[in-house]
Design a binder for this molecule. Structure first.
Ligand code: NOJ
Length: 527
């Protein structure tokens, strides 16, 4: 039988390069800083590293507005630094994934600079242009995810261009074959440099309705993220033709000796739609982000229902992924756990024991909370938009607290980092020194997962559990019991030995048919 792909059994780690470690003391994290801290990731047991955007960018959306897909942002380093990072990570058994942004470019990308100058420009049709509607109205009713109309009038040619995000992020026209060919060349450019795959930004949304039909209004039972926009993104995202692009990319990578992996940002509201991004289970994305799970919270019944749906609906051969924090969401210790350490530990036990690939966000391993970012330090365009009452996403993107010393081990003492530090009492050094810390819990869970087939590859079977608790078997030998409630519970059906408890005093305890769990307590047992 063919070996299982590395990313199926492994653990991925997402990091925001500007906030991981600053090697040159300018207050901004960089690639050399990541190299300097690879030993932390190796110690933790990480298999793959996804770097948020590393490309040159004017930073209207902090790297998600790309001005050159084949280079590195000078704030972060050079192409040679990235190559060094890939090989230094490789020496530690860690693969590197980049963040590809195919939905749009920066308005400062040379393609768009060319396109906007003249209706006959060579790159004109690489973007989506339309004449304004009657009285100068936008060409259709689409709204930008960042707020306001998705169309920007452009005086030079009298037409408007589409931008599903910031007006400095014009959308590419994926109906144009030259755009498709160019991106295949970009993928190959990075694969040739040892990149092990990509996280694909807006993977569900790059192809738009060819006729740009108006989106229908939201319905009452739509999720809050859609209700906020006032419309369902029926024609502006998630069109059937996006699957052709994903299949082509999968074929392209499949020609390589070590096929790269594709991890898609599939921001779709339900598991039925999510499942479609795996194609027939082998021919589209390798992993698709599960946003319904990220949104569900520590609610035993609701979270178990999402997992059950994933188990039932993903096509054969497909592999789930699980994530609880990322650079767009409030960090899980704040959002899911209200700062309660017991819940933080429980959430991490859940993340690291489900069937599928867990994706940690930098700082998750120490239970890093959302940071307070004062109004005059806001950098995120979502927080800066005129008239917006949204705080923006900066609170989840603040510098990694390596120590509680001045500079936090992130930058030099006395240097003001690009975003303010959060609570430095929660830091890596203190937790490394404490065998009972969240950091050691995460490391031990990863090590157990790696050592035990049942935990990294075994099937998922829910077990009976009292209200507020959730228990499941992994493979034949492992069982997990989690109490997501404020009351003590007894979960039946567990025997063997507690390998890891969220309360580490329980490690090694023998179970004889059931386990009593205190509020927000969990165990992993092996028979
Ligand atoms: C999704 C990314 O995760 C987010 O950070 C970004 O602002 C938008 N896509 C636009 O690229």
């Amino acid at each position: 039988m063919a070996a299982r792909a590395w990313w199926r059994d492994g653990v991925l780690y997402q990091l925001y390069p500007r906030s991981f470690a600053d090697s040159d003391g300018d207050g901004t994290g960089d690639l050399r800083g990541i190299i300097d801290h690879l030993d932390h990731l190796a110690w933790l047991g990480i298999d793959g590293l996804w770097l948020n955007p590393t490309f040159p960018s004017p930073n209207a959306d902090w790297g998600f507005d790309v001005a050159d897909f084949r280079d590195v942002h000078p704030d972060l380093g050079t192409l040679a630094d990235l190559e060094d990072l890939i090989s230094a990570a490789g020496e530690r058994g860690i693969r590197v994934l980049l963040d590809l942004v195919p939905n749009h470019t920066s308005d400062e990308h040379p393609w768009f600079v060319d396109a906007r100058g003249d209706r006959a420009a060579p790159h004109r049709d690489w973007y989506v242009w339309r004449d304004p509607g009657p009285g100068g109205a936008p060409p259709n009713n689409w709204v930008s995810i960042f707020g306001g109309p998705a169309w920007e009038p452009d005086a030079a040619t009298g037409q408007s261009y589409l931008h599903m995000f910031h007006r400095k992020q014009p959308d590419l026209n994926w109906w144009n074959d030259a755009v498709r060919a160019e991106f295949e060349a970009i993928l190959d450019f990075w694969y040739d440099r040892g990149v092990a795959g990509f996280r694909i930004d807006v993977a569900h949304g790059i192809v738009k309705d060819r006729d740009l039909r108006d989106n229908p209004p939201v319905r009452e039972d739509d999720p809050p993220s859609l209700r906020r926009l006032g419309q369902r993104l029926e024609y502006s995202m998630n069109r059937p033709e996006v699957h052709d692009v994903l299949r082509a990319w999968k074929r392209l990578g499949g020609r390589r000796e070590s096929p790269p992996m594709l991890l898609g940002e599939t921001f779709v509201p339900d598991i039925d739609t999510l499942a479609t991004f795996y194609g027939d289970g082998t021919d589209e994305l390798d992993l698709a982000f599960n946003f319904p799970f990220l949104d569900v919270g520590l609610d035993a019944r609701a979270a178990a229902a999402v997992v059950a749906e994933v188990e039932a609906k993903l096509p054969e051969g497909a592999w789930p992924s699980w994530t609880i924090s990322n650079h767009d969401s409030v960090r899980f210790p704040t959002r899911w756990a209200a700062g309660d350490d017991r819940r933080v530990r429980l959430a991490l036990m859940l993340l690291l024991t489900l069937r599928g690939t867990p994706i940690l966000y930098y700082g998750d391993e120490i239970g890093m909370r959302e940071a307070e970012v004062p109004a005059d330090r806001v950098r995120d365009p979502v927080g800066l938009r005129d008239g917006s009452d949204e705080p923006g996403r900066d609170g989840a993107r603040t510098p990694m607290p390596w120590t509680d010393a001045p500079g936090a081990g992130f930058t030099a003492a006395g240097i003001e980092p690009w975003l303010p530090f959060g609570d430095l009492a929660v830091n890596v050094a203190a937790q490394r020194a404490d065998a009972g810390s969240v950091l050691h819990l995460v490391r031990d869970l990863i090590a157990l997962r790696r050592a035990d087939d049942a935990l990294h590859a075994g099937s998922y079977t829910p077990l009976d559990a009292p209200a507020g608790a959730w228990a499941y078997r992994r493979g034949d030998r492992a069982a997990v019991a989690l109490n997501l409630s404020d009351a003590g519970v007894v979960v039946p059906g567990l025997t063997g030995r507690v390998e890891i408890g969220t309360d580490r005093a329980r490690d090694g305890e023998a179970l004889e048919g059931s386990v009593a769990l205190g509020p927000w307590e969990g165990v992993v047992a092996i028979t």
